[in-house]
Ligand binder design. Structure first.
Ligand code: SF4
Length: 266
């Protein structure tokens, strides 16, 4: 059994506790306007042109994006980093793209990681059938859950899908008793107006049972913009600026009123 990934990040400190290895999996049913990993959207291997400059000249080569790995390969990567992982209280994170689009590989990889004693995290938009999610929950210690917009029409407009399924799945995970860190992208002009922030705060305050351990506010940034051209995808955020540090501090204080720890960034 194999999974298709587009990147492996070692020594990651933004994808869960401690030092982690993050596997970025290919395939995502969403198409968020601000996505900074557009190479994760297609569920297939792709060949794209890579332009490099040296000595005043441009060199164009073809690059393959996406490679297949097995759950045993995942373990082999972790074994090489196990000292850093163990000493930092880290583990492994599956991100993307949307890792739940490759459930068979994900379940087997998570099972083996748990059996190997590794802390496991899954970074998800929650857009998955709930039966699949239910099979993943037993082998996942922490969910990094990306909540984008609470108004379904807006969610549909900016991500390509409505939000009923993700919101329902967020409740499902929380009711399962698993730990959740909520990741909220802060996208100026799309989800940061006062009315929506109030909705988010009320929603978070109502989520109960103490399993929502942290809120990560992820400021919109333009890193990754150049990838859109390479992957032949439209970039629709040309006129959007990143939120200022002062604005992010203001939002941090606002969401801290829920009593949940808030961090700016991952
Ligand atoms: S859910 Fe994540 S990976 Fe998928 S399009 Fe949105 S930002 Fe990109």
């Amino acid at each position: 059994m194999k999974g298709l990934i587009f990147s492996i990040k070692r020594y990651s400190v933004h994808d869960g506790p401690g030092i982690r290895v993050t596997f970025f999996m290919k395939g995502c049913p969403l198409s968020c306007w601000w996505c900074h990993n557009p190479e994760g959207i297609s569920p297939s291997q792709e060949t794209v042109e890579k332009v490099q400059k040296a000595g005043g000249k441009e060199f164009r080569t073809l690059e393959n994006v996406g490679r297949y790995i097995t759950p045993a390969d995942v373990l082999a990567v972790l074994e090489k980093e196990k000292i850093f992982i163990a000493e930092s209280g880290g583990g492994v994170t599956f991100s993307g793209g949307e890792p739940l689009t490759q459930p068979e590989f994900l379940i087997e990889a998570l099972k083996r990681c748990k059996a190997g004693g590794y802390h496991t995290a899954v970074d998800t938009s929650g857009y998955s059938d709930t039966v699949t999610l239910g099979k993943i929950i037993p082998f996942t210690d922490l969910f990094l859950f990306d909540l984008k917009h609470l108004v379904s029409e807006q969610h549909l407009k900016y991500t390509g899908v409505s939000n009923e399924l993700p919101v329902g799945n967020l409740h499902f995970i929380i009711e399962s008793g698993k730990e959740v860190w909520l990741r909220i992208p802060v996208i100026p002009g799309i989800n940061d107006d006062h009315g929506h922030l109030e909705m988010l705060k009320d929603f978070i305050s109502g989520v109960g049972n103490g399993r929502l351990k942290k809120i990560n506010l992820l400021p919109y940034h333009r890193i990754g913009t150049s990838k859109y051209k390479r992957f032949g995808l439209p970039y629709r955020m040309q006129n959007t600026a990143s939120p200022t540090p002062a604005r992010m501090k203001e939002l941090k204080a606002y969401f801290e009123e829920t009593g949940i720890k808030v961090k700016i960034g991952g």
